[in-house]
Design a protein around this ligand. Sequence first.
Ligand code: HEM
Length: 345
Amino acid sequence: MAPSAITFLTVLAVLCSFFYVLFYISSRKHGKGKGEALPGPRPLPIIGNLHMLGILPHQSLYHLAKKYGPMMSIRLGSVPTVVVSSPPVAEMFLKTHDAIFASRPKVQVLQSISNSQRGIAFTEHGPYWRSVRKICNMQLFTPSKIESFAPTRKEVLMHFTESLKEAATAKEVVNISKKLAEINGEMTLMMVLGPVKKYKEFNLIDLVEELTKIAGVFNLADFVPFLGAFDLQGIKASTRTLGEKLDYALEAVIDDHLQKKQDDFVGVLLTELDQTMNPNGDIMDRNSIKAIILDMIVAGSDTSAATLEWALSELIRHPRVMLKLQQELESIFGNKRIVEENDLP
Ligand code: HEM
């Protein structure tokens, strides 16, 4: 036998033994280990149950849950994961034991974005998060603050409807998904940063869109951590570059707001700059403010746009409901005026 064939067979034999041992350990742990009594499909070594998710994971999980019940255990790579799929069990996790499950996983993308742990959305549950959240609730998410941006939202919406009318007259095709993302991005930036035109050079909407995309990519490193160091998908490198660009832009936004007092989210947060937030001695510094601003922009843009897109597509899929809605709107508002926020119940 040629030496290369012998080497190949030896490597194969070592790998097979390695996988067998891993498989043995993982299946023993999965089924019988203490504290892991949840039912669930048997995981493979290395990839766990990833191969069972398919291209529509929500449907695959639905079918698995039908077999294993409303609380099952699966492994995403080496990450043990509990899948809950009934209202009472969801209530147990999200309400009764909320504090235990409130933290977010430490995914690679967030670790590569500096300060992500100083914000609100991805910060560990604890005194720092509680203080930041309290400040946001008391200063930013008050009914009067939200109401104060109503004219801004109306202005963006008017431009949007005008552009639709023009496109209709010219019989142009409009990409509604793209438009919804644009107007939501614009509204959010105006509420958070104020005069967005000033910051146009930083292309913040594009940067945030890129961040949302990267964060949504299936990143092998999050599930098979030993592959993280190799950055096989290039995610770590591109996130670092993106993080630097975002940081540069947010530094400029803060400097600008420090020079001229403004009433937007950044302006309000800056009134807390360098203040101690809690008895633990946590301080609201520039890093905290940059992280909170970024969280607000990311959390406010894609979520609302995706919700609107989903609602519109459901209406298109159900003409009976669409007709009912059109009739209701016509009977209340006619064709005379645009529906206002305070028309809503
Ligand atoms: C239809 C639109 C939206 C949807 C469906 C949505 C959904 C969610 C969900 C499911 C969470 C996680 C809650 C949790 O884990 O307890 C969340 C958190 C959050 N959202 Fe939204 N959101 C929307 C709009 C917004 C907007 C407009 C903003 C701000 C401008 C925002 C800011 C945040 C923040 C800061 C968090 C983190 C809260 C925390 O960790 O304490 N969201 N959102």
